[in-house]
Design a protein around this ligand. Structure first.
Ligand SMILES: [Zn+2]
Length: 339
């Protein structure tokens, strides 16, 4: 590309920047947490139609995905789940095709009182936009759309197919991205404008989600010695999994891409639920966990290691040895990738 062409594109980006910001702000203002992504997909569909892309907006049928590699179980109402793809087709095809993909699902806000400004009323302060999902990754999705606009405004025409994709479930199972593959979308390259400090990333951890289910024996706290406290027993398992995390981080030192990364494997017990009453010894405790895996590690083998770690810890525990905990694969089950 000549310096002159580059300059024309950059000027077009600058010209469109206020509109890009306004669109980003409107996109961030939609509270698209898991299961509530519909209005975001509506907005993307409209933006694509306005720009005359060929729009494919479909309902995700889990039965079509269930048997595919990379599927993660869905436990919430999925009846309104959609994927949206806008396709650009050149008059003559001569270049390499491209997928631009962004996810519109955002993680929960956490306690509202901890936000300086409401999470879904994005504000711009000191050159940054604050709002849930502004960074991860609604600004990236909208930037990709406006980048294509800028190319057009600069008088250029891409010479290969481009699929602009808006997906859901990135923060949990990846089923949205999977649905685009099932639908048949392929390209020579895929660019995902996730927040990576402006750097190109060539290696990415995978993720396994799982739920520890501990079932105790309910008694009144008065005779606590006779029952087993499911919450306390769950702690025992969490501590054992912390040791697995240490072992996996040791193994990571042999990885080509991650050997210089400090602590690339993070084990996170993210949700803990259990018990029903302060004066009853809790009869149940569920802990939702996430752990990372590195490129080349088989998900099935890692799952076996998690199960072995949990059963060894259970055998070591007075109550759990007779009441083995269960492990459920509760969502993400995503292989790591590298290029
Ligand atoms: Zn993201």
């Amino acid at each position: 590309m000549t310096a002159e062409t580059q300059q024309r594109i950059l000027s077009a980006v600058d010209e469109g920047f206020d509109a890009q910001l306004a669109t980003t702000q409107a996109f961030v203002a939609i509270p698209s947490t898991r299961g509530a992504e519909g209005p975001c997909q509506d907005m993307i569909g409209d933006l694509l139609r306005e720009r005359r892309y060929e729009v494919d907006d479909w309902h995700i049928d889990l039965d079509e995905l269930r048997d595919l590699r990379g599927f993660g179980p869905i436990e919430h109402d999925f009846s309104k789940a959609r994927s949206v793809v806008g396709t650009y087709r050149p008059a003559t095809n001569s270049g390499k095709s491209l997928i631009l993909q962004g996810h519109c699902d955002v993680v929960p806000t956490g306690p509202l009182e901890m936000w300086e400004t409401p999470p879904f009323s994005p504000v711009i302060k000191d050159g940054r936009m604050y709002g849930r999902g502004a960074c991860d990754m609604k600004s990236g999705t909208i930037a990709a759309l406006y980048a294509l606009d800028a190319i057009k405004k600069a008088g250029l025409k891409p010479t290969a197919r481009i699929h602009f994709q808006s997906v859901i479930e990135e923060e949990s199972t990846g089923v949205g991205a999977l649905s685009t593959l099932q639908r048949g979308y392929r390209a020579d390259a895929c660019f995902i404008p996730e927040p990576t400090n402006g750097k190109m990333i060539r290696s990415q951890v995978g993720v396994i989600w799982f739920r520890l289910k501990v079932r105790g024996f309910p008694v009144h706290v008065f005779e606590a010695g006779a029952g087993s406290n499911a919450i306390m027993a769950a702690y025992h398992l969490v501590h054992a999994l912390e040791k697995l995390e240490i072992a996996w981080n040791e193994r990571a030192k042999a990885d080509r891409h991650f050997k210089d990364v400090n602590h690339p494997i993070n084990f996170n017990p993210g949700i803990i639920k259990g018990g029903d009453w302060a004066s009853s010894v809790p009869a149940w405790c569920d802990v939702d966990c996430r752990i990372a895996v590195l490129p080349g590690w088989s998900i099935a083998e890692c799952q076996k290691e998690i199960l072995a770690c949990v059963s060894a810890a259970a055998r070591d525990h007075r109550f759990l040895s007779n009441n083995p905990p269960q492990v459920e694969w509760s969502g993400s089950c995503r292989k790591a990738t590298s290029w």
